[in-house]
Design a protein. Sequence first.
Length: 69
Amino acid sequence: MKSLIIYYSYYNKNTEKIAKILADKTNAEIINLKETNIAVDLDSYDLIGFGSGVYNESLSPILYKAVEG
Ligand SMILES: Cc1cc2nc3c(=O)[nH]c(=O)nc-3n(C[C@H](O)[C@H](O)[C@H](O)COP(=O)(O)O)c2cc1C
Protein backbone atom coordinates (compact mmCIF):
# COMPACT_ATOMS: atom_id res chain seq x y z
CA MET A 1 0.00 0.00 0.00
CA LYS A 2 1.36 3.40 -0.99
CA SER A 3 0.97 5.99 1.76
CA LEU A 4 1.62 9.71 2.12
CA ILE A 5 1.61 12.11 5.06
CA ILE A 6 1.12 15.79 4.26
CA TYR A 7 1.78 18.15 7.13
CA TYR A 8 2.56 21.71 8.13
CA SER A 9 5.05 22.21 10.95
CA TYR A 10 7.29 25.13 11.72
CA TYR A 11 7.32 26.19 15.38
CA ASN A 12 8.95 23.38 17.36
CA LYS A 13 8.64 20.87 14.52
CA ASN A 14 6.48 18.78 16.85
CA THR A 15 4.09 17.80 14.07
CA GLU A 16 7.09 16.85 11.98
CA LYS A 17 8.44 14.58 14.70
CA ILE A 18 5.12 12.71 14.82
CA ALA A 19 4.85 12.62 11.03
CA LYS A 20 8.31 11.10 10.75
CA ILE A 21 7.56 8.41 13.34
CA LEU A 22 4.28 7.51 11.61
CA ALA A 23 5.99 7.52 8.22
CA ASP A 24 8.70 5.25 9.51
CA LYS A 25 6.16 2.80 10.96
CA THR A 26 3.92 2.79 7.88
CA ASN A 27 6.57 3.21 5.19
CA ALA A 28 4.86 6.42 4.06
CA GLU A 29 6.31 9.30 2.12
CA ILE A 30 6.13 12.68 3.86
CA ILE A 31 5.72 16.24 2.64
CA ASN A 32 6.11 19.34 4.81
CA LEU A 33 4.07 22.10 3.23
CA LYS A 34 6.37 24.60 4.94
CA GLU A 35 9.25 23.50 2.75
CA THR A 36 7.70 22.56 -0.54
CA ASN A 37 4.74 23.29 -2.73
CA ILE A 38 5.47 20.67 -5.34
CA ALA A 39 2.50 19.22 -7.16
CA VAL A 40 1.67 15.73 -5.94
CA ASP A 41 -0.48 13.18 -7.74
CA LEU A 42 -2.72 12.27 -4.81
CA ASP A 43 -4.51 9.63 -6.89
CA SER A 44 -1.35 7.54 -6.83
CA TYR A 45 -1.66 6.95 -3.07
CA ASP A 46 -3.86 4.42 -1.30
CA LEU A 47 -3.73 6.21 2.05
CA ILE A 48 -3.12 9.90 2.83
CA GLY A 49 -2.71 11.36 6.31
CA PHE A 50 -2.73 15.03 7.29
CA GLY A 51 -1.10 16.88 10.16
CA SER A 52 -0.66 20.40 11.48
CA GLY A 53 0.24 22.21 14.64
CA VAL A 54 -2.56 24.27 16.18
CA TYR A 55 -2.00 27.94 15.47
CA ASN A 56 -4.42 30.51 16.86
CA GLU A 57 -7.11 27.89 17.56
CA SER A 58 -6.93 26.41 14.09
CA LEU A 59 -4.91 24.07 11.94
CA SER A 60 -2.68 25.84 9.47
CA PRO A 61 -4.61 27.60 6.66
CA ILE A 62 -1.88 26.31 4.37
CA LEU A 63 -2.96 22.74 5.12
CA TYR A 64 -6.62 23.57 4.45
CA LYS A 65 -5.65 25.20 1.16
CA ALA A 66 -3.62 22.17 0.12
CA VAL A 67 -6.49 19.81 0.93
CA GLU A 68 -8.99 21.92 -0.97
CA GLY A 69 -6.66 21.93 -3.96
C1 LIG B 1 1.61 31.39 16.66
C2 LIG B 1 1.19 30.18 17.47
C3 LIG B 1 -0.13 30.03 17.85
C4 LIG B 1 -0.53 28.92 18.62
N1 LIG B 1 -1.85 28.78 18.95
C5 LIG B 1 -2.25 27.70 19.68
C6 LIG B 1 -3.63 27.52 20.03
O1 LIG B 1 -4.48 28.31 19.69
N2 LIG B 1 -3.97 26.43 20.76
C7 LIG B 1 -3.04 25.50 21.16
O2 LIG B 1 -3.41 24.53 21.84
N3 LIG B 1 -1.73 25.64 20.83
C8 LIG B 1 -1.32 26.71 20.11
N4 LIG B 1 0.01 26.86 19.76
C9 LIG B 1 0.95 25.82 20.17
C10 LIG B 1 1.28 24.90 18.98
O3 LIG B 1 0.13 24.20 18.55
C11 LIG B 1 2.33 23.87 19.40
O4 LIG B 1 3.52 24.57 19.75
C12 LIG B 1 2.60 22.89 18.29
O5 LIG B 1 3.53 21.94 18.75
C13 LIG B 1 3.13 23.58 17.05
O6 LIG B 1 3.35 22.61 16.05
P1 LIG B 1 4.72 22.56 15.24
O7 LIG B 1 5.85 22.50 16.24
O8 LIG B 1 4.61 21.31 14.42
O9 LIG B 1 4.76 23.81 14.38
C14 LIG B 1 0.42 27.95 19.02
C15 LIG B 1 1.77 28.13 18.63
C16 LIG B 1 2.15 29.22 17.87
C17 LIG B 1 3.59 29.38 17.46
